[in-house]
Design a protein around this ligand. Structure first.
Ligand SMILES: Cc1ncc(COP(=O)(O)O)c(C=O)c1O
Length: 395
């Protein structure tokens, strides 16, 4: 066998051994802003929080931004602000981060997962249409990884049925389609700023909206200090340290997104040239695609777990799948919790595309590999080609 063809996982020469760039880029500006917050003596929801909220609202082109402790809390406040509560249902994708379903349960409502479109891994419009009932109060389309949910047809359904749309933009700060920032298509949107995200501060999240009434309700729910009307508030204030890091990280974000997009699009074209390899779709009308991880699918592979390990060994870069389908997430098995037992019924529905994507096709690696150079991108494509060729010969 040709030496080049012997896979690293089988003791062959790896394509790449050099380290990849770090996940976060920090500089003096971050350090100074963080120290400023520390020395100010105001450590909770103060001037840095207000500065970030103003700047992020401007970045998205919306009127309001509300910073909270994490993205899950932002989603819960958004859901409650549009009237999600006992007796209502919320349509969510069957492949998403499990806390999305948990946020719905915590509102006392029923999460209704629907299947995804394999090309984007976002909720399928046909599945949304089928899931609507008279109890549906909201739809939460998630823009996953390196693609987007196709929003216009979902918005059309929501408008017709008078249902709210809360976009889950945890993965896509700064993505744009039809010259609008994602997060401005629905009634509100939420973002996550946890450690792994494109815009990160350790833990953090926010809600954005143009709707004054929705914003005021969400703001009233953020803390007991603001007198709530008919709503039970929580403790969802952010710390000034979160806000301080977000301000300087936000300033650096557009340049990072530009670099990652140009390298990722180069990678997309290299991968598309390999038979049976499909990067997640760039939808028509996309002005900016963001890359919270790069995700692609491969067809005809019998053991996708082995394929991911083989690719990781070639590149010195961990590989994972999509997200585990919600029906398989043990933490969401609500049978043993009397509060959520009935609410969780739909969470156990198996959805074929979620299962196919995660168990047979999806491969994903961290976006820090995209903040590198052309040579790294060529390495990734070369490794996919090498492992794919081996599998095709063998299977
Ligand atoms: C798609 C999606 N939605 C929501 C969340 C929740 O965000 P957080 O971890 O900030 O609570 C995450 C977190 O990873 C996510 O990936």
């Amino acid at each position: 066998m040709n030496k080049l063809c012997k896979l690293a996982i089988n003791g062959g020469e790896p394509i790449r051994t050099q380290p990849w760039p770090a996940g976060q880029v920090i500089d003096r500006a971050d350090e100074e802003r963080l120290l400023g917050a520390l020395r100010s003596g105001t450590w909770s929801a103060g001037p840095a929080t207000r500065t970030f909220e103003t700047e992020f609202a401007e970045f998205c082109g919306v009127r309001y931004c509300l910073l909270v402790e994490n993205g899950t809390a932002a989603l819960r406040l958004a859901l409650q602000a549009v009237g999600v509560g006992p007796g209502t249902e919320v349509v969510i994708p069957g492949m998403t981060w499990p806390s999305v379903a948990a946020a719905v349960l915590e509102c006392g409502a029923i999460p209704v997962p629907v299947d995804v479109d394999l090309s984007t891994l976002a909720m399928s419009t046909a599945a949304v249409e089928m899931a609507i009932t008279t109890r549906t109060k909201a739809i939460v389309p998630t823009h996953l990884f390196s693609s987007q949910a196709d929003l216009p047809p979902i918005i059309e359904i929501a408008e017709r049925e008078k249902i709210s749309v809360i976009e889950d933009c945890a993965h896509v700060p700064g993505a744009r389609r039809f010259r609008k920032v994602l997060g401005t298509f629905g009634d509100a949107a939420i973002f996550s700023f946890n450690q792994k995200k494109l815009l990160a501060c350790g833990e953090g999240g926010c809600l954005i909206t143009n709707d004054t009434c929705l914003f005021e309700r969400a703001a009233a729910l953020r803390h007991f200090d603001v007198a709530p009307k008919l709503l039970v508030p929580g403790t969802h204030l952010p710390s000034e340290f979160q806000a301080a890091v977000l301000i300087t990280q936000l300033h650096k974000l557009p340049a990072r997104l530009d670099l990652m997009e140009s390298l990722a699009e180069r990678l997309r074209s290299l991968l598309e040239a390999i038979e049976g390899v499909w990067p997640l779709a760039r939808l028509p009308g996309t002005d900016r695609q963001t890359f919270y991880n790069f995700c692609f699918r491969v067809g005809g592979v019998r053991d996708i777990v082995w394929f991911r390990r083989a690719l990781a060994a070639e590149l010195n870069l961990p590989m994972s799948g999509g997200y585990q389908p919600l029906s398989e997430v043990s933490a969401l098995d609500t049978k043993s919790d009397p509060r959520f037992r009935e609410l969780g019924t739909h969470l156990r529905t198996d959805l074929p595309n979620c299962s196919t994507a995660h168990h047979r096709q999806a491969i994903r690696f961290r976006h820090r590999a995209l903040a590198s150079d052309e040579k790294s991108i060529a390495d990734i494509a070369h490794a996919v080609e090498k492992v794919t060729a081996f599998v095709r010969r063998r299977e």
